[in-house]
Design a protein around this ligand. Sequence first.
Ligand code: TRP
Length: 328
Amino acid sequence: MSDSARRPRVLSGMQPTGRMHIGHYFGALRNFVRMQDEFEAFYCVVDLHALTTFENPAELWPNVMAMVADWLAAGIDPEKATIFVQSRVPEVTELHWLLSCTTPISWLERVPTFKEKSEQHPDNVNYALLGYPVLQAADILLYGADKVPVGEDQLAHLELTREIVRRFHHRFGPIFREPAAVLTDTPRIMGLDGVNKMSKSRDNYIPMTGDPDQIRALIGQAFTDQTRVYRRDPGHPELCNVCQLHRLFSADYEAIWEGERSAATGCVDTKKLLAERVIAHFEPMRRRRQEIDARPGYVEGVLERGAERAREVARDTLAQVKAAVGLR
Ligand code: TRP
């Protein structure tokens, strides 16, 4: 690319799932916030990707808005990062097409997420589901990302993106940067059921900007160490998800664990303490979220400016790619 002296770029995308939970925060948003100072950052709501499995059109936009409001509440700063909605930069679908012309179907059929989603939605194994990682590659390459913070489940997509780049370069010459995945240093966050990853679809989550009583009630229902039947039984912090969650909020978590082991404290105490720490930790974000909600048009304005900036970069990349493949 012509702008080789530019700052390194980071890009990530997230499907519009509405309000964020603490798994999103520690697994992704915290990294997004950290990286916006060092990198030129692009954070994208991938609404086109959502359509591959999404069912209810009426929920799509409210989910975009609620998610972006939580991103801003978490500390993503629109003065530093470009925050935008994927479908408002239609160049991405054009690049997706150009990349798809050199991507073998066999590569896509091997992708684990394709197999999983085909099993989850057997009545809707659509064409776009197969092409999903090509659209993701287009997101990454359109904005020239050097680094892509993602969860472990996305590593196969990142590897595929690099393969798409190499094949494309082999045919048409060098245009893109090869992106690298950045994994979070937070261990996988389990949901309130204690056995599945925290997720909205399983309804086992602690909302990031939820109100304090809601958070208390949810944590009150969390599963703990299932081997501890009576209050006097010793607890096993390794087996207790509430104890595991304390690691994220408490420098003194070892002492909390010791209380469980010796049965000095019960599960109820440990849950109550967790709830208070979660509430305190996210209090500034809850406040910021309230401020954002009180400013009509604010989030929409952020997204408009974001799309404008994103389109400048997108047009530039797309022009180069089109020329390389011979389109005039
Ligand atoms: N596939 C990602 C997910 O399901 C979302 C995504 C789309 C993405 N485009 C991206 C992530 C680009 C990183 C970079 O979580």
